[in-house]
Design a binder for this molecule. Structure first.
Ligand code: G3H
Length: 518
């Protein structure tokens, strides 16, 4: 389908190193929309610098020198100064809403309401992060006495962070690690994802104006050219990556001392939905449509395999197929449910999943399943799916969903136990005994059991994490601050009380102080 919408081409030239917005005159990478024109060609949105590794090294040097082994002005700054920088950033970010939302629609085809939600949710997250940081700071502003030892414990920065974001939440998931990392006193080198890159550019000035030189450095280009050499230097202390374990393992293995790298990773998942015979089928269908197809299934929390009890299989499948076929495909600007897929070749991948599963005995349950128009792929429900197929084993990250029958819940539990993934699960039942058993069987296999609801990350104050290949560390408004910091304490025996009191009363240390942030 051709989407009637005009855009201006953005030839973006600047990147941010050491507080300076530098203009790049070298090679550029073109940015194309998944939306196609009348000839079926992707629409050109603009270009960004395709920086060589030398520029990546300069960014690293700037971050290193701003951190200065933890003695730099930023890691030692009073909490109030870091909060002021973050508040300024939020203030400068908010007026860019329309520009960023527009680019979210053009670049990754996130539908309008979801694009707006991504922006607003990010702003709220950052505001709540400041409140949580104040709490954390207050918690550290007292001295405890344990077995004759006086101790003051605070959370401090870890060092230089390399931050790499994903294409599906290029603003939210990136900023929800990048900004907490900065607030804790770390310094950062940030490289935006391949898709969803132009939308970062309206915010470069806000970063430059809010944070001191070198604290945040933003570079554009390929991961292999920029990130790999940076890791090889051994000067990265934290890898913050939302993506997949193949990329994170490859990067970590390049660090000469992998043990030194704190990993904050949101990775692949294949969250199952399990529909029991007593389930409210209407509710299960509604949640499975939302869970499997929101943003074309391109969410790490998407439902990516459905188990339905054979007693309700036919009822569920026909209602799920009808509700799926009722979805509207088309333009993100018109808030269509199903929109073009950003990744080049993705439609072909989806077709391969379907063809392989069909050859192994599945059928496409919904009439419109697998229809293609440009870069749009209409969601396909596959049933019954063999456990030997790729769609059963791999994270599809797109609009194809395998459905399997079960008679005995043990079969599902075995699959979950043997799976490489461990993020969340959704169960659909009205029976308290079944719900209780599911909870107990699954809480040690995944990190969130959703009852009669699809999987999701929010509300953002809840811990978001996963087992096995699905995550390392925990994210949430509160947990992200902890993930990007380390506990450090000052301790002495009780007979040193006088000296400690003098340090505090004289205002000789900002760590050892009783200043409460209100
Ligand atoms: O892609 C993974 C996201 O963190 C999912 O977040 O459940 O709010 O869509 P969401």
């Amino acid at each position: 389908m051709t989407i009637q919408q005009q855009t201006k081409v953005i030839d973006h030239t600047h990147f941010l190193i050491d507080g300076k917005l530098e203009a790049w005159k070298g090679a550029k990478a073109q940015v194309w929309s998944p939306i196609t024109d009348d000839e079926g060609e992707r629409v050109l949105l603009g270009s960004t610098p395709d920086l060589p590794s030398e520029e990546g090294m300069k960014a690293l040097e700037a971050a290193k020198s701003a951190y200065d082994h933890g003695r730099g002005a930023w890691p030692t700054a009073p909490a109030a100064d870091r909060i002021a920088a973050m508040e300024k950033f939020i203030e400068l970010m908010v007026p860019k809403r329309d520009e960023v939302v527009n680019l979210l629609m053009w670049e990754i085809c996130k539908k309008r309401s979801d694009a707006e939600k991504e922006f607003d949710r990010t702003v709220t997250y950052l505001q709540e992060t400041i409140d949580e940081y104040k709490n954390l700071h207050r918690e550290g502003s007292h001295i405890m006495s344990v077995d004759g030892t006086l101790a003051q414990i605070r959370r401090g920065p870890i060092g230089v962070v390399l931050c790499l974001g994903p294409f599906n939440y290029p603003l939210n998931e990136t900023f929800c690690v990048l900004l907490p990392a900065l607030l804790m006193g770390n310094t950062v080198v940030f490289k935006p994802a391949k898709y969803g890159v132009l939308l970062i550019t309206p915010l470069l000035e806000a970063f430059a104006e809010s944070f001191p030189p070198g604290v945040v450095n933003i570079i554009f280009g390929r991961g292999r050219t920029l990130a790999s050499p940076i890791m090889q230097t051994g000067h990265i202390d934290v890898l913050a990556l939302i993506g997949n374990s193949k990329s994170s393992n490859a990067l970590i293995s390049q660090h000469p001392k992998p043990n030194r790298v704190r990993q904050v990773l949101g990775l692949e998942a294949k969250n199952p939905a399990v529909i029991f015979p007593d389930a409210d089928i209407d509710l299960a269908v509604k949640e499975c449509v939302k869970g499997a197809w929101s943003f074309n299934g391109q969410r790490c929390t998407a439902l990516k395999v459905i188990y339905v009890h054979k007693d309700v299989r036919d009822e569920f499948l026909s209602a799920f197929a009808a509700a799926t076929d009722a979805l509207k495909w088309g333009s993100p600007f018109e808030n269509s449910d199903i929109t073009p897929l950003p990744e080049v070749g993705k439609v072909g991948y989806m077709q391969d999943y379907v063809n392989e599963a069909v050859e192994a005995g599945a059928r496409v349950v919904n009439e419109r399943g697998g229809q293609v128009d440009g870069n749009c792929f209409f969601p396909a429900i596959l049933h019954p799916v063999s456990r030997d197929t790729t769609i059963f084993k791999e994270e599809q990250f797109g609009p194809v969903c395998p459905v399997l029958d079960f008679e005995d819940f043990e079969e599902v539990l075995t699959d979950i136990a043997e799976s490489d993934y461990g993020q969340q699960v959704s169960i659909f039942t009205r029976d308290a005994q079944i719900a209780g058993q599911c909870i107990d069987h699954m809480v040690n296999q995944v990190c969130r059991v959703n009852i009669n609801a699809s999987c999701q990350r929010g509300p953002d104050t809840l811990p978001f994490t996963g087992r096995k290949d699905s995550a390392v560390a925990t994210l949430s408004v509160k947990a992200a601050l902890r993930s990007f910091s380390i506990r450090t304490l000052v301790a002495c025996s009780a007979d040193q009380q006088g000296l400690v009191e003098e340090v505090i009363a004289g205002g000789h240390s900002s760590f050892s102080s009783m200043n409460y942030l209100l």
